[in-house]
Design a binder for this molecule. Structure first.
Ligand SMILES: CCCCCCCCCCCCC[C@@H](O)CC(=O)SCCNC(=O)CCNC(=O)[C@H](O)C(C)(C)COP(=O)(O)OP(=O)(O)OC[C@H]1O[C@@H](n2cnc3c(N)ncnc32)[C@H](O)[C@@H]1OP(=O)(O)O
Length: 325
């Protein structure tokens, strides 16, 4: 007898998420062929420890690459739609299979999904709070879909952050151009080039760590600047702005370096951004050479900015002490 697990589903414009209710699943086999997904695994479902299987014929074309990740409680499957769009239902069958139910934890209707894109104004605090809440609700699972839930807002925030270089260059704020340039170029390189152009990176936990470390400092830094504009200061906030970077900065650079290292084999395989050379000279110059150089620059950047922030900290606290005397 074939046993079927309970399957929850949700969609976004580009993806389908399936959550298969199987505990301690093993021998997982997930295949997509001609828009039909076939799943098989051994695990503990509603009928105890057995082999469970199901198949689904999707309403519209999907890509054949399918990613899955099992946790102790469930198997999460992500299937990418061939064409961006909102589906009226999941399968070709008008009657929904009995084992298939909406995943209300992740459910969005089309207008919610549009809102998701418009929610760009909420900034780094939104990112930090959202990631923290998701970590509490979904636990380890939240590490794997950070890019899809957060990246739109992160793209928006980091694009805006580029203005900081102009502020420094035109003397709008009292800060050095080089540290700001290093900060903005460094982050945007990782965000737009490593994460933005490689789909293979999107489901990796490193995205979570990079985004979390970036946003963690900003929830102190920006409020500190806002208060500064009103000539106001909160001592605790000032202390946090000039102290939290001490652990966060090296950790952030480390997380970024892990992302760069993980992307090297993907760039080598896909030959993305590689420059083809005339046959007489050789095959091509791979982008991974640039990444190797970039890894060195990163640690140089870390040194320059760490020193800069250390000086800012000393200046700030020395001035305070003098004022207090
Ligand atoms: C040349 C290009 C080469 C490219 C090479 C690439 C190398 C890559 C290196 C990669 C390294 C980056 C890694 C990084 O991405 C990792 C992380 O971010 S991990 C998370 C932790 N990160 C941090 O803690 C850093 C956060 N960032 C910063 O602090 C700033 O970006 C930085 C430029 C590093 C330092 O900021 P700043 O110089 O501005 O220091 P202050 O905060 O003390 O500000 C100085 C005064 O200016 C006033 N100010 C600044 N901005 C504003 C503003 N927007 N509005 C109002 N006022 C502002 C501020 O109040 C200070 O004034 P005062 O002294 O009077 O109070």
């Amino acid at each position: 007898m074939t046993l079927t697990p309970l399957v929850y589903w949700a969609q976004r414009h580009e993806e389908i998420y399936l959550r298969v209710e199987l505990t301690d699943a093993q021998n997982i086999d997930v295949l997509v062929h001609e828009n039909v997904l076939k799943f098989q695994a051994l695990g503990r479902g509603a009928k105890g420890q057995h082999n469970y299987e199901f198949s689904l014929e999707f309403l519209l074309p999907v890509k054949t690459e399918v990613s899955h990740k099992s946790t102790q409680r469930q198997v999460n499957i992500t299937v990418r739609k061939q064409q961006r769009g909102w589906w009226e239902r999941l399968t070709v069958l008008e009657r929904k299979p009995v084992f298939l139910v909406p995943d209300f934890d992740r459910w969005l209707d089309e207008s919610d999904a549009e809102m998701e894109i418009q929610e760009k104004f909420l900034g780094f605090s939104w990112i930090f709070v959202n990631m923290t809440v998701r970590l509490f609700i979904f636990g380890q699972d939240s590490l794997y879909d950070t890019f899809h839930t957060i990246s739109d807002v992160m793209f928006f925030c980091q694009t805006l952050a580029s203005v900081e270089v102009l502020n420094a260059a035109f003397g709008v704020v009292r800060t050095g151009v080089i540290p700001t340039l290093i900060q903005v170029v460094g982050r945007n390189f990782v965000l737009f080039i490593i994460f933005g152009s490689l789909e293979e990176m999107h489901h990796r936990p490193v995205v979570f760590f990079v985004f979390y470390l970036w946003s963690a400092i900003e929830i102190f830094r920006y409020p500190f600047y806002i208060l500064g504009c009103f000539n106001t200061e909160w001592k605790t906030l000032t202390w946090l702005r000039y102290s939290v970077w001490i652990p966060l900065y090296p950790l952030g650079v480390l997380a970024e370096a892990v992302a760069v290292v993980q992307s090297i084999p993907i760039f080598d395989q896909t030959k993305l951004y590689s420059i083809p050379l005339p046959k007489a000279i050789g095959t091509s110059i791979n982008f991974s050479y640039v990444l190797h150089v970039y890894l060195v620059l990163m640690f140089l950047g870390l040194f320059i900015n760490f020193r800069h922030l250390y000086k800012q900290r000393k200046r700030r606290f020395r001035t305070k002490k003098r004022k207090a005397q």
